[in-house]
Design a protein around this ligand. Structure first.
Ligand SMILES: Nc1ncnc2c1ncn2[C@@H]1O[C@H](COP(=O)(O)OP(=O)(O)OP(=O)(O)O)[C@@H](O)[C@H]1O
Length: 430
């Protein structure tokens, strides 16, 4: 690829062709409690676990998820700023996971990253012109043309090229992020990972910076992986969206499809928890109940199952949906100790107003009620979890399904067993 021109805009971009393919990417952090701990691998943080997706040339893939779900680790591992534990990252035709030294350095020209905090990523002692020129120097590019190119880029990102000699502190937060954009563009990359680039900015400034990023994308033929915990930002900027939970992708679809036709209970919960400007219009909060489990020991099967309102009933008990809802509520609240015990009658009235189920499921519930009444919450929790939660398909198989899209033509993937053929037609699917 030619890097010779100062004012080059996009090269011929073949939109739709895959630029980046991430296959089974995995990153575990060792907590390192000595030799035995490492040997047993029993305290590794499973920050990213078996993640697969593509990004097409010229596309923006949004990556969204709660804090701590592994977004930044995924981004850094994609760029090989972190060593992957397993998996492959194909950029163009090369597997980054197998590259090293000079080969990797050259490849990095084409892959840049922008971070959340525009302040800390700019050296306060350097003027912004030289800051933008730094990557050109580091990669030995644009010799003799660097200042001209830096001024051109400052202008492209919406700054005054005359400000080449100013220091970062002389700019506002939004302007500093524009300097970062100019620096990321310095070596004419094809791919930019944007890690919460506008999260530290006021809403109005955020929108302006996002619009500039979109304009730059068109002009320079850029491909973005755009990370944010903010769904409205993700919706604004992305062509497709990947939703991440506890180290894994749970849903991936075109933006409109994901927002209008979400197919994973976690995505639904995220969408429902978006604060709405007018509280009279609802905007349920607290739909995401319970804590995120530890990434050291994530739940088997679907990782969201311990918080999922749609946890699927174990097949073996043949429960009605109402019976399963009662058991689920009792199991969850026993586990979280979220109800006050006020005698047997009130417990039954609260959780089983229509009585407990017949058969094996019923006797398991009855014994667990006795345990709670005898103040042995641990025994009740253990029995309910082992007999019900762990027997669900959600605990036993890792889900991955392609579902029908209602909007657009692209593939819609939802990692939820509600899309299993045997379940989608049953009471569980209602
Ligand atoms: N160097 C590290 N060593 C050990 N654990 C780590 C390390 N870096 C991240 N983690 C853990 O990996 C998990 C994923 O963290 P990560 O920062 O990737 O999440 P995130 O979704 O980007 O969160 P945020 O939005 O808050 O930045 C977390 O449990 C975090 O504590």
């Amino acid at each position: 690829m030619s890097k010779g021109m100062v004012t080059e805009s996009s090269e011929e971009v073949n939109f739709g062709e895959t630029l980046l393919r991430v296959e089974g990417l995995t990153k575990y952090f060792s907590q390192g409690s000595g030799f035995i701990g490492n040997l047993l691998n029993d305290d590794e943080v499973k920050a990213v676990d078996d993640v697969t997706f593509n990004i097409a040339k010229g596309e923006t893939l949004g990556l969204v998820g709660e804090s701590g779900c592994g977004k930044s680790t995924l981004a850094r591992t994609v760029l090989r700023l972190l060593e992957p534990t397993d998996g492959a990252v194909w950029f163009k035709d090369d597997n980054l996971a197998e590259m090293s030294g000079e080969e990797l350095r050259t490849m990095r020209e084409d892959m840049q990253m922008i971070f959340q905090d525009p302040q800390s990523s700019l050296d306060p002692r350097m003027k912004v012109g030289p800051i933008v020129e730094e990557p050109m120097k580091a990669h030995g590019l644009y010799k003799g043309q660097r200042e001209e190119r830096a001024r051109m880029l400052l202008e492209k990102v919406g700054l005054d090229p005359q400000h080449y000699n100013r220091y970062p502190h002389q700019f506002s937060g939004g302007q500093r992020q524009r300097v970062n954009l100019a620096r990321a563009l310095a070596v004419n990359p094809d791919f930019i990972v944007c890690d919460e680039p506008t999260s530290a900015l006021d809403a109005s400034i955020q929108a302006q910076v996002l619009n500039t990023m979109r304009d730059l994308q068109d002009e320079f033929g850029l491909t973005y992986l755009f990370i944010s915990h903010d769904l409205s930002v993700i919706r604004h900027i992305s062509d497709r969206v990947a939703v991440m939970y506890l180290g894994q992708l749970v849903e991936l679809a075109e933006t409109e499809e994901l927002f209008e036709n979400p197919q994973h209970p976690y995505t639904n919960a995220l969408l429902q928890s978006i604060p709405v400007p007018d509280p009279r219009h609802g905007g349920q909060r607290g739909v995401l109940e319970g804590d995120v489990p530890s990434p050291i020991d994530p739940p088997s099967g679907c990782r969201f199952r311990t918080r999922c309102p749609r946890l699927i009933a174990p097949e073996k008990y043949d429960l009605t949906l109402e019976e399963w809802d009662d058991i689920k509520a009792f199991m969850r609240e026993t586990e979280r100790r979220t109800f006050e015990l006020d005698g047997e009658a009130s417990l039954r009235q609260e959780f089983f107003p229509n009585g407990t189920p017949d058969g094996e499921a019923g006797s398991l519930v009855e014994t667990s009620i006795d345990d709670v009444l005898n103040d042995d919450w641990d025994a009740a929790e253990e029995r309910l979890t082992e007999s019900f939660a762990e027997q669900s398909i959600c605990a036993q198989e890792i889900p991955e399904y392609e579902v029908e899209s209602e909007h657009g033509n692209d593939i819609h993937i939802a990692a939820c067993h509600l899309h299993h053929d045997d379940i989608s037609g049953s009471a569980n699917a209602d």
